[in-house]
Design a protein around this ligand. Sequence first.
Ligand SMILES: NC(=O)c1ccc[n+]([C@@H]2O[C@H](COP(=O)([O-])OP(=O)(O)OC[C@H]3O[C@@H](n4cnc5c(N)ncnc54)[C@H](OP(=O)(O)O)[C@@H]3O)[C@@H](O)[C@H]2O)c1
Length: 320
Amino acid sequence: MRNIILGNTNVSVSAVSLGAWAYGGPQKLGPRHTGWSDQRDHDSTNTLVKCNDLGIRHWDTADVYGDGKSEQIIGSIWDKLPRSNIFLATKTGYDPGEHEHYYHPDHMRKQMEKSLSNLRSDYVDLYYLHHCDFGDNDEYFDDALEVVRRFQEEGKTRFIGLSDWDASKIMKFIDAVRPDVIQPYRNLMNDSFVTSGLKEWVDSHNTGVCFFSPIMHGLLTGKYTQPTNFKSGDMRAGIEEFTNPVIINKIRENKTLLETRFADHPNPVMHGIVDSLLTDTETSCVLLGQRNVGQANVAATLGQKMSDADSDWVKNLYRF
Ligand SMILES: NC(=O)c1ccc[n+]([C@@H]2O[C@H](COP(=O)([O-])OP(=O)(O)OC[C@H]3O[C@@H](n4cnc5c(N)ncnc54)[C@H](OP(=O)(O)O)[C@@H]3O)[C@@H](O)[C@H]2O)c1
C-alpha cells in the first residue's frame, strides 16, 4: 500500500484508509436512516486486524456511528494489535445529546470523554468537527473552535479536522478554523471538492485531505443491476441514486469500460473509481468503507498513482 503525507501534519497514512461507519450497524436518528444493515461484529474486528496486517493503519470513526458502537469495536482490538500502530480519527457533531445544539461546549467535552472511553485510548490522533452547522447565526462556532483547540492543548487530540457533506460549507469556515485535515464528500459523481474552490485552498495551504464515500456507498462499483431498496436503519435507504435506473445502467456501462481499460489490474473497477480520486491533490487519501476481510484485501490492491490521462478519462465517464 502506497502512503501519502497528510499535509502539514507530516503524518504518513495509507492512500486507501479505513472508514468504520458500517461497524456501528443499523441506526435511525429521527426519520433519517443513518447506519448500515447486516454488519456482523466479527467481520468488523477481523477487518481491523487484516487492515493492520495490510498496512491500512489510518482508521476513521465518529461518536455517532451506532451511538458509539463503531468506536467500541475499535477500542476492543488493542489486545490484538498495539494502539500506537494506528492513526485514529473520530468526530463529534451529529450526536444530539441533551443540549440545545450539538456544539454546546459542555456537550462536546462529554462526547470527547465518551469517545476516548469507547476507543480505550487516552488520546485520538485527529478530532473532527463532523459538520459545519454552527447554529442559525453561527453562534456556536467560536466556542466549538475554542473547545477543539483546548482538546489539542490537553493532549486529547494531536490534530484538528473539519468535515461536511457540502464542500462550500467547509470553504465558509476553513480560514477561521485552519484545520490540519479536512474531510469532504468526494467521489466520481460529485466534484464539488474542486468546483467549490476547496482543492485550490488545500493545495495552497498544504492541508491534509481525507475523501469520504469514495465509491458512493458501493453504488459506483456497478454491482447493482437494478434499483435497490435497503432495510430500515441503512443509510442507503435515503440515497435516491440507488433507485434510479438511468444512473444504475450508466454505472453498469462504465463498469465494462473500466474492466477493459484496466484489465491488467486485479480489481480494475475499484482501481478506476478509487485511484482516479487520488490524483486530485498530493495530500489526499480516501476513506473506504471496508466491511469484511475480502473488501480489505481488495483495498490493499489500490492506492497506486494513476496517470493524469487515465484519471481524466475515468472522471469523464461519470459526467452525465
Ligand atoms: N465526515 C462525514 O460526514 C462522513 C460521511 C460519510 C462517510 N464518512 C467516512 O467515510 C467512510 C466511507 O464512506 P461510506 O461508507 O459512505 O462509503 P464508501 O466507502 O463509498 O462505500 C463503502 C461501501 O461500499 C461497499 N464496498 C466496500 N469495498 C468494496 C469492494 N471492494 N467491492 C464492492 N463493494 C465494496 C461496502 O458495502 P456493501 O458490501 O454492503 O456493498 C461498503 O460499506 C465511512 O466509513 C466514514 O468513516 C464520513
